[in-house]
Write a protein that binds this ligand. Structure first.
Ligand code: NAG
Ligand code: NAG
Length: 146
């Protein structure tokens, strides 16, 4: 009886270490966001809020996708360099937790936003957001009144 128990404990230990090893192989990056689908109006600001865990200091990259168009917005490292594409440089705010702020929204900003977290080992993970930008009703009314 005692031997049985001992074996069970050993089996559980072996099982757990295999699981941990497999998790390690699958990559240790995990990405979290409180909200992945956002609706804003023209001229509003938006924050694509994320947080992540990974080993070491990662590279964070944001890409915009709409239809067939895929455009790099920028890349940065927490506490390191920040490299924002010229088209976005005046409107993008880079945060150390991977989040990205985009201000003064335009209709064309509507689409998919993907953040890619890449560890120094080379393993990476993508995480996507959807942004819908509505026309600003107030602006329309003002134009109609003119
Ligand atoms: C990431 O950091 C920004 C700026 O400090 C903060 O507003 C946001 O809530 C953070 N996001 C998460 C998911 O922790
Ligand atoms: C910054 O981004 C531009 C355009 O994507 C690229 O050509 C350049 O090499 C980047 N610079 C750094 C320091 O990553």
């Amino acid at each position: 009886m005692w031997h049985f128990r001992l074996w069970e404990i050993q089996d559980v230990a072996v099982f757990l270490s295999i699981m941990l090893y497999m998790c390690h192989l699958a990559g240790a990056i995990s990405i979290y966001s409180p909200q992945r689908s956002l609706i804003r109006s023209v001229q509003d600001d938006v924050i694509f809020s994320v947080n992540f865990t990974c080993s070491g200091i990662p590279n964070i990259q944001w890409t915009f996708m709409s239809g067939l168009v895929s455009r790099t917005i920028g890349a940065w490292q927490p506490g390191g360099y920040t490299n924002i594409t010229e088209d976005y440089s005046s409107r993008v705010q880079a945060y150390d937790n991977g989040s990205m702020g985009l201000s003064d929204l335009r209709l064309q900003d509507g689409g998919f936003y993907v953040v890619t977290i890449t560890e120094s080992t080379g393993s990476s993970k993508d995480f996507g957001f959807v942004l819908k930008v509505n026309e600003n009703d107030v602006t329309e009314l003002q134009i109609m009144n003119v």
